[in-house]
Design a protein around this ligand. Structure first.
Ligand SMILES: *Cc1c(COP(=O)(O)O)cnc(C)c1O
Length: 394
């Protein structure tokens, strides 16, 4: 039998290995509320890494809605939804999401991670086939594993590769799963082509729109709105904790799918319901998307300004198409140095390393927000120029 000491030595060795590869991760402490500037580890910095794209995480109306829900329903939900945690606010939120996504029904999950493992492990099973984009999020990868279906990975956004796999594999059930907006590259999935192929080969389509919801399309309805797609996505998944500023996630689709998930998805069944304040925040956020479309416009103006600035300085922004702006660096150590240098200049842009992104594609992953002022973006660009030159990146 191993002693605790022996286990600790094993952990320490593994950690040393992680450190030697430049892959060590540590938590930073955020001491202020979510805004365009935050205090991190005691220093005020311009925040360029939050998914709070529209500033809804600290919108006054949303904070107010959350407080009212606490007064009325309490702080916690006390149980899973199928037991006694299904607060009436869920009903309102799910109706709003279904309307927002133009589907028959919707189901709210505890988080995007839970939604992906819950949905994927339920809609396909052993003997079925999943086609998954090579850059899909870790929660999709884990959901595929839990499903026990066979998984084939297609090259990023490569619909010829999708067709090749479809034409060679006949199964009872086939599912193509992709992110709408890719979370680390900021590019957009070729949904019209994927949907056409799915139709031809009788496959289902699932789109994870964690970064499309509230960001893409004039009304912020996501990647489907961006392409003008009304039919063909069987399972819409999206999160409430990014552009919508709250927490949780949803699946939206036909009534049959939603009822099936309620009855079978373990990531839905075996977890405590969200607090009422979070549900109220999400309801208000969807309302604000309708009432304040200028937030989406401002987000995209800021996005264009920052991308153009970075490109003219000579940075490689990897063909990004959205407010997610990757800056390709390569090696982990250099990406860390760039990030540390920027932090000293008052700009927070963390380095993204494996296993989040493939080896030697380490990058800074910036996200721009509607709340950034032009002055803040100019300060950030100056810092990028200074540190980028110092490290011979530009
Ligand atoms: C963030 C994210 C998730 C997970 O959502 P959480 O609500 O943070 O658990 C899932 N998929 C993608 C593409 C994401 O970016």
């Amino acid at each position: 039998m191993k002693t605790l000491l022996e286990f600790n030595i094993m952990f320490e060795k593994a950690l040393l290995d992680i450190k030697n590869k430049g892959l060590y991760r540590r938590l930073r402490i955020v001491e202020s509320g979510q805004a365009s500037k935050v205090v991190i580890d005691g220093r005020e910095v311009i925040l360029l890494s939050s998914n709070n794209y529209l500033g809804l995480a600290n919108h006054p109306k949303i904070k107010e809605a959350a407080k009212e829900a606490i007064d009325k329903y309490g702080a916690g939900s006390g149980a899973a939804r199928l037991i006694s945690g299904n607060c009436i606010l869920y009903k309102e939120l799910e109706e709003r999401i279904a309307e927002f996504k133009n589907t028959e029904a919707a189901l709210v999950f505890g988080s995007g991670y839970l939604a992906n493992i819950g949905i994927l492990s339920t809609v396909v099973e052993e003997g079925d086939l999943i086609l998954s984009d090579e850059l899909n999020h870790a929660s999709i990868i884990d959901g595929c594993r839990l499903s026990r279906a066979e998984k084939t990975i297609y090259r990023h956004k490569d619909t010829r590769h999708v067709e090749e796999i479809l034409s060679k594999n006949k199964r009872r059930r086939i599912l193509i799963v992709t992110e709408g907006v890719f979370s680390m590259d900021g590019d957009i999935a070729p949904l019209p082509e994927i949907i056409a192929l799915a139709k031809r080969y009788s496959a289902m389509v699932m789109v994870d729109d964690a970064h499309g919801t509230g960001v893409l399309g004039k009304k912020g309805k996501g990647t489907a709105e961006h392409f003008g797609i009304e039919k063909g996505i069987d399972i819409h998944m999206g999160t409430l904790g990014k552009a919508l500023g709250a927490y949780g996630a949803y699946a939206a689709g036909d009534k049959g799918l939603i009822e099936f998930l309620i009855n079978k998805a373990r990531g839905f069944i075996f977890t405590t319901a969200l607090p009422p304040s979070v549900l109220a925040s999400a309801i208000k956020a969807i309302e604000i998307l309708e009432e304040e479309p200028h937030l989406i416009k401002k987000l995209w103006e800021n996005r264009d300004y920052l991308v153009n600035g970075l490109k003219s300085l000579g940075f490689d922004t990897m063909g990004c198409e959205t407010p997610i702006i990757p800056i390709l660096i390569g090696k982990a150590e250099k990406a860390l140095k760039m990030s540390d240098g920027l932090f000293e200049q008052g700009v927070y842009a963390p380095a993204i390393r494996p296993p989040t992104v493939p080896e030697d594609t380490c990058r800074l992953r910036l996200t721009v927000m509607a709340a950034h002022t032009k002055e803040e973006l100019d300060i950030a660009l100056k810092a990028f120029e200074k540190i980028g030159k110092r490290l011979n990146i530009i």
